[in-house]
Write a protein that binds this ligand. Structure first.
Ligand code: TRP
Length: 342
């Protein structure tokens, strides 16, 4: 069965939203269009949880946990900088909710190793890891731990990038098995909420934007680096003179304008002009540069004003609140399984 995927319009006040990021570095524009932008809107619609998945990040960084710790703070700064409001969204740290680990262990019995190995998200991510030929059980278990994250908070709507959808499918499979075996309705199935842009290419046009590939524009990009990145974007190698007709498909500048330029009619005109000839790459890149500066400048200045102490306070408050919910759900889970001994 495939996962339901809808957009933000399907979310109602009765939904519970949960999403998260692995703290493996600062966030970039791909995260912004894929999910962050939606999260800011969703926090006014219904209950929202946001988890910083440090346990999950450790599976690829177990030998340098200090990096993970540092990035927990960086990712949370990004959240606050884009407008996620801790008074509306409960932001918390995965490793500080041990109930998640416990639920993961129970759920591990409900899915086969073969099913986990077949998961496209796990397979794709594995290719970029040094242990690709020697997969750890921690890494293989991501979909199960993610299922625990989602179901612990009874989340029904999960804003994620398209690449994460197969993980939600696994989560729902485990939920159905749990509820049928333990004759329960404690755990809830979820659906994926995709952003308007499900996958942002890197500035090289080759792959998905990613920090590790160095082809992403970071939310905290310095102005000079932003400019350098926009002006180095892949366009149409055959568009040499301004008067030459140019290609719009596969042209990264247009891909980014599609994602960020709000006046769609104007953008259509630009595309037609480019195709005919007469619109130069430098002019086009300047437009994109202005547009992105406009988006990133307030994010950068907000980010600079947030101090680590404030970030930690936000995380501790959110974690305390999340832990209360987790304690109650785990009690219900153990009750359904007949594991309450008092
Ligand atoms: N896997 C997500 C990522 O790669 C992080 C994550 C962990 C998550 N648990 C989750 C996302 C639960 C959505 C729901 O960044």
């Amino acid at each position: 069965m495939t996962i339901d995927e809808t957009n933000i319009n399907s979310v109602t006040s009765g939904d519970i939203v949960l999403t998260g990021d692995r703290p493996s570095g600062c966030l970039h524009l791909g995260h912004y269009v894929g999910s962050l932008r939606n999260r800011v809107l969703l926090q006014d619609k219904c209950k929202c949880y946001l988890l910083v998945a440090d346990v999950q990040a450790l599976s690829a960084n177990f030998d340098h946990p200090e990096e993970v710790r540092k990035n927990v703070i960086e990712v949370c700064k990004d959240y606050l900088a884009v407008g996620i409001d801790p008074n509306k969204t409960t932001i918390f740290i995965q490793s500080m909710i041990p109930e998640l680990t416990e639920l993961t262990i129970y759920a591990m019995n409900l899915i086969s190793v073969a099913r986990l190995e077949r998961n496209p998200t796990v397979k794709a991510e594995l290719q970029t890891k040094s242990f690709a030929n020697n997969i750890t059980s921690g890494f293989l278990n991501h979909p199960v731990s993610q299922m625990a994250d989602i179901t612990m908070f009874k989340a029904t709507a999960i804003p994620v990038g398209e690449d994460q959808l197969p993980l939600l499918e696994v989560s729902n499979e485990i939920v159905r098995r749990f509820n049928s075996i333990y004759k329960s309705d404690v755990l809830k199935e979820c659906r994926g909420i995709l952003g308007d842009v499900t996958r942002l290419v890197g500035i090289d046009g080759k792959a998905k934007a990613s920090k590790s590939l160095g082809n992403a524009i970071m939310l905290c990009e310095e102005p000079a680096d932003l400019k350098a990145k926009v002006f180095s974007m892949y366009t149409d190698p055959n568009h040499i003179n301004v008067s030459d007709p140019g290609r719009v498909e596969g042209n990264v500048v247009f891909t980014y304008l599609d994602a960020f330029w709000s006046d769609k009619a104007e953008l259509e005109d630009l595309k037609n002009q480019y195709k005919k000839g007469g619109l130069g790459d430098v002019a086009l890149k300047s437009m994109l540069h202005n547009c992105l500066s406009h988006i990133l400048e307030p994010i950068r200045s907000k980010r600079a004003s947030v101090h680590e102490k404030e970030v930690l306070e936000v995380l501790m408050d959110g974690t305390n609140e999340a832990r209360k919910v987790a304690t109650e759900t785990l009690r219900q889970v153990k009750d359904a399984m007949g594991l309450i001994y008092q």
